[in-house]
Design a binder for this molecule. Structure first.
Ligand code: CMP
Length: 215
């Protein structure tokens, strides 16, 4: 089963058996905070099933969602690599299953399968690219553009349709684009009235054949 997680793909069968024994399985119900920004941390998590949001919050309860992660993704590696406190908080969006590695076990994985270091570096490079894109979106686009580009970024092709894979609430989208829920509600309604999207029980379908070039 670990073989299906990209992080572990470089391991031999023997090493997989070893890691299988080391990486504890953890089940976390929907809506639980796994750890919070600023905490000390010496474990990293690979997602076997479920979804989590990586977010930064303030004292007033406002939050910005940096990323939504799903099966095959990992998180919590940064505190292991630079020995600094957690850079963000992580909470489950669904009932989720993880494989958890401690610092020591992470090092064993790296020793046994140095390819894992490349997987981690590639993931960090991708995160930096995504973060660069997000900074430019937040700084240069108005809220309408931010909602549109976030929907396109999250969209996947499902049976020939462009569908936002995540079932997101309007508050989730608001927290991803740094706007109020009311504003997101107005924009989704406008996009829907113009025929660019349709929304059905939290599933957003993008009608890309109707999109203007600027979308
Ligand atoms: P760590 O700092 O240990 O704890 C928070 C985790 O969130 C961090 O490790 C990364 O795994 C993850 N993380 C932080 N920022 C981002 C981001 N911009 N995109 C995706 N994941 C992130």
């Amino acid at each position: 089963m670990l073989r299906t997680i990209p992080f572990f793909q470089g391991l031999s069968d023997d090493d997989l058996v070893l890691i299988e024994g080391l990486a504890m399985e953890k089940h976390v119900p929907k809506g639980q905070v796994i750890f919070s920004e600023g905490e000390e941390g010496d474990t990293m998590f690979t997602i076997v099933a479920g979804r989590v949001k990586v977010f930064i919050g303030d004292e007033d309860g406002r939050e910005i969602i940096l990323k939504i992660l799903g099966p095959g993704d990992f998180f919590g590696e940064m505190a292991l690599i630079d020995r600094q406190p957690r850079s963000a908080s992580v909470a489950t969006l669904e009932n989720s299953v993880f494989r958890v590695l401690s610092n020591k076990e992470f090092e064993i994985c790296l020793e046994r399968a140095p390819r894992i270091a490349t997987v981690v570096m590639q993931a960090l490079a991708k995160r930096l690219r995504d973060a660069d894109r997000k900074i430019s979106t937040l700084a240069l686009m108005d809220v309408y553009g931010r909602v549109a580009s976030t929907l396109l970024e999250l969209a996947i092709n499902s049976n020939g349709k462009l569908v936002v894979g995540e079932k997101l609430s309007q508050q989730d989208i608001a927290n991803m684009v740094g706007a109020s829920r009311e504003m997101v509600n107005r924009i989704l309604k406008d996009l829907s009235d113009r025929g660019y999207i349709s929304v059905e029980s939290k599933t957003i379908t993008i009608h890309d054949n109707k999109l203007p070039p600027s979308f």
